[in-house]
Design a protein around this ligand. Structure first.
Ligand SMILES: NC(=O)c1ccc[n+]([C@@H]2O[C@H](COP(=O)([O-])OP(=O)(O)OC[C@H]3O[C@@H](n4cnc5c(N)ncnc54)[C@H](OP(=O)(O)O)[C@@H]3O)[C@@H](O)[C@H]2O)c1
Length: 281
């Protein structure tokens, strides 16, 4: 008996990284899955592997979370396919770290008080940069949640997990645009947890800082192309109390705890999966 037997979960960005690990765990626990990502090939491969391994039903659609109408159609099609939606994991997205020109440092490897800080200043951030961050990290969540809510009400309840950067709680320097968008996503989640409680729909955040995924390799090649991954990660790990980056499977476990019926009394929370990196509590 799986803890998600009979449940249907929509996971955005399910083709690799944290979304893929979550899909694997959910399928192992008995859930049927609806996965989306932009790249059809990776998505199809993930679906084949997951359904082969866990005998799970997996529905996929190549869709960009920034396209509201397409997302609405995807979520409705998933609901129609399985007859219900119980869980929505808003996970899709990429790193929005600012490409500060000439820098060989990433912000997480920098002590914000003692520096030295990488170049790039708040005054140089365009309105477009703020709007882009807001579109990806806030409006995309709003649209997916809006599409899933009628299905969750019909199912008698649901669980929404928003995967958000720790920047929303602990803003590092030089990435103000994505930091404020993450803070807004956290605020949105708290507000919705209050608004949706009467429908037995829970809303929680899993907050992340340094998880080893394809994003990590992208950061290495942007910030330190001349360094090995081990050299690149050393200063970053030094700022993490557990002295290492997390794994997608560890994040998936946190998402699962908040999604499963056993988490039924948890709503409106931010669970930091960050190796102890949050200063304060
Ligand atoms: N890894 C970290 O340390 C870290 C830290 C803070 C926050 N996060 C957040 O955690 C989430 C997962 O990150 P990850 O590290 O697992 O990244 P990843 O390995 O790059 O996986 C991202 C997944 O999302 C999909 N995706 C990206 N943009 C999309 C879009 N616009 N529409 C639909 N699907 C999209 C990707 O597929 P396609 O490319 O085919 O679309 C892929 O399936 C992201 O929201 C990220 O911002 C991660």
């Amino acid at each position: 008996m799986g803890k998600l037997d009979g449940k249907v979960a929509v996971i955005t960005g399910g083709s690799r990284g944290i979304g893929r690990a979550t899909a694997e765990l959910f399928a192992a626990e008995g859930a049927a899955l609806a996965l989306c990502a932009r790249g059809a090939e990776g998505l199809e491969q993930a679906a084949r592997e997951i359904s082969g391994r866990h005998a799970a039903r997996v529905f996929t659609r190549a869709v960009d979370i920034l396209e509201g109408e397409a997302m609405q159609r995807f979520i409705d099609a998933a609901g129609a396919e399985f007859g219900r939606i119980d869980i929505l994991v808003n996970n899709a997205g990429g790193s929005e770290q600012r490409a500060a020109s000439g820098s060989r440092q990433q912000v997480y490897a920098v002590d914000p008080i003692n520096g030295p800080l990488p170049p790039g200043r708040f005054e140089e951030m365009s309105d477009g940069e703020f709007l882009k961050a807001f579109d990806q990290k806030v409006l995309a969540l709003v649209r997916a949640i809006r599409a899933a809510l009628p299905w969750m009400r019909k199912a008698g309840g649901g669980a929404i997990i928003n995967v958000v950067s720790m920047k929303g709680r602990q803003p590092p320097p030089r990435v103000v645009s994505s930091g404020v968008a993450a803070a807004a996503a956290m605020n949105l989640s708290k507000a919705l947890s209050l608004e949706l409680a009467e429908h037995n729909i829970r809303v929680n955040v899993v907050a992340l800082e340094s998880i080893l995924t394809s994003q990590t390799e992208k950061s290495r090649s942007r910030w330190a192309p001349d360094k090995t991954m081990e050299e690149f990660l050393a200063p970053r790990s030094a700022n993490i109390p557990l002295r290492r980056l997390g794994t997608p499977e560890e994040v998936a476990h946190a998402i699962f705890c908040l999604s499963a019926p056993q988490g039924a009394y948890i709503t409106g929370q931010i669970l930091a999966v960050d190796g102890g990196g949050l200063r304060g509590w």
